[in-house]
Design a protein around this ligand. Structure first.
Ligand SMILES: Nc1ncnc2c1ncn2[C@@H]1O[C@H](COP(=O)(O)OP(=O)(O)OP(=O)(O)O)[C@@H](O)[C@H]1O
Ligand SMILES: [Mg+2]
Length: 424
């Protein structure tokens, strides 16, 4: 939950739009709540009483309310989209910048597929929650409370039925939400696994072909894909059962209302218009309950996604610039290693131990050694792709950890073992 609160903080920059979207939703909901009242008036004071003017006025009122309601809906839709897209835009940019700022050691451990999924699909989830679900959640609660209150105002005796139905429906919705929640989290994880396989195979497609591993890799992908399919099907089945079930309850309760209310109306205790209004409010009360269920499941899903995003945004880069770092002045090029020791992981084996050498300006130095002896590792320490575990590396007497990264890397030329082509 705390991750969701933090994600909601991203609404800060879109406060006005969010408030506008919420108002739009509120007003369009209010418009919906007015219609049954007008219908009641038309039936009781118009049709039953034989006053045509009342019917015409009532109908005109309904048209007016419907048009206004639609206009508010449009306003809400546009503003919500603005908020949602704005939040997603910020998340994507922040993630991208963070991925760039993280050190080599982070990327050694991170799976590219995971990073990709978090920067795309997880951002979508959070966007949907922050931009839409959150606003809908508040409105669903208001609509539910509003229609139930109006039910009691319309006919408090009939409304007592709701005391039975509301807990029943909310119970069904709660069971659905509890079942769906873990599924949604697994779907997101499975999607990341699938993307990891996809990314590895696209990058390494030449290796896969060279070793004739296509059938193996295809089987691996198919297995992950099958799991995703099965998980999504499970969610689909749950939804397919739950939604009609709630509507069945809603329809049956409307039936009950007409039945009981019908008796009363025939006996002259209740008016037909009131009965119709009541039935309409009843239908209206069920929809937000269903919404509530969906939003609650979405809440959990978005929470998991937000957590996965903040995990990246909060990651500490192992190579950090010191607050008091100074720019490295134009270098002459005296590179010195002093008692340098290095491990890739704190628990891993030492790769370098007590390395001492000086490369003077103008000198050409070659490192020779068996494969895996640590040549590339030594080079990686000069531009601070990694930090030494012990000892220090200096350029013109400056410890590389004491200068700004930008000034250091701008002055160190490097040709990597593997080449990468960038588009554009
Ligand atoms: N990113 C990494 N994470 C963990 N261990 C690593 C990493 N890169 C290299 N190593 C290990 O560190 C050791 C030194 O590797 P390094 O790449 O520096 O050797 P090298 O001398 O450049 O080899 P080559 O001649 O094959 O390029 C090896 O045992 C290697 O397995
Ligand atoms: Mg190497």
């Amino acid at each position: 939950m705390k991750h969701l609160w933090r994600a909601l903080g991203y609404l800060r920059n879109y406060r006005l739009w969010a408030v506008g979207a919420f108002l739009g939703l509120l007003l369009s909901s209010a418009a919906k709540l007015v219609v049954p009242r007008l219908a009641q008036m038309v039936i009781d004071s118009g049709i039953s009483a034989g006053h045509l003017t009342v019917v015409v006025r009532g109908a005109a009122g309904m048209v007016l309310v419907a048009v206004a309601g639609s206009a508010f809906s449009v306003m809400q839709g546009i503003l919500s989209a603005r908020v949602a897209q704005g939040v997603a835009y910020e998340f994507r940019n922040q993630l991208y910048a963070k991925i760039h700022s993280l050190s080599f050691s982070y990327h050694d451990r991170a799976q590219t597929g995971q990073l990709l999924t978090r920067a795309t699909s997880d951002v979508d989830m959070v966007q949907r929650f922050v931009g839409t679900a959150f606003i809908n959640l508040i409105s669903a609660i208001l609509m539910m409370v509003g229609s139930i209150v109006l039910l009691f105002v319309t006919d408090w005796q009939l409304a007592l039925i709701m005391l039975l139905l509301v807990p029943l429906t909310l119970g069904i919705v709660a069971v659905l939400a509890r079942k769906a929640r873990p599924l949604f989290m697994r779907i997101q994880q499975q999607l990341a696994d699938l993307n990891t396989i996809l990314q590895e195979n696209i990058v390494g497609v030449r290796v896969v072909k060279a070793f004739a591993r296509e059938p193996y890799e295809q089987a691996r992908y198919a297995a992950a894909n099958r799991s995703l399919f099965a998980l999504n099907m499970e969610v689909g089945r749950l939804m397919a059962i739950a939604i009609p079930l709630v509507f069945l309850i809603a329809n049956l309760s409307v039936l009950a209302v007409y039945w009981i209310g019908g008796y009363q109306a025939i006996a002259g205790h209740a008016s037909v218009g009131r009965l119709v209004a009541f039935a309409n409010y009843m239908m209206m009360a069920f929809f937000p309950m269903l919404m509530l269920g969906m939003i609650v499941t979405m809440l959990a899903q978005a929470g998991a996604s937000a957590e996965r995003i903040f995990e990246i945004l909060d990651a500490q880069s192992e190579v950090e610039e010191r607050p008091d770092a100074v720019p490295l002045p134009p270098v002459k090029g005296r590179v010195a290693f002093e008692h340098v020791g290095f491990r890739y992981f704190s628990s891993g084996p030492p790769v370098l131990e007590d390395i001492n050498f000086v490369a003077e300006p103008g000198q050409t130095v070659a490192l020779l050694g068996a494969t895996g002896s640590g040549k590339s590792t030594i080079i990686n320490l000069i531009p601070r792709f990694y930090d030494v575990t012990t000892g220090r590396v200096t350029i013109d007497g400056y410890d590389v950890r004491e200068v700004t990264l930008e000034s250091l890397r701008r002055q160190v030329g490097i040709v990597l073992q593997e080449t990468t082509l960038f588009s554009g």
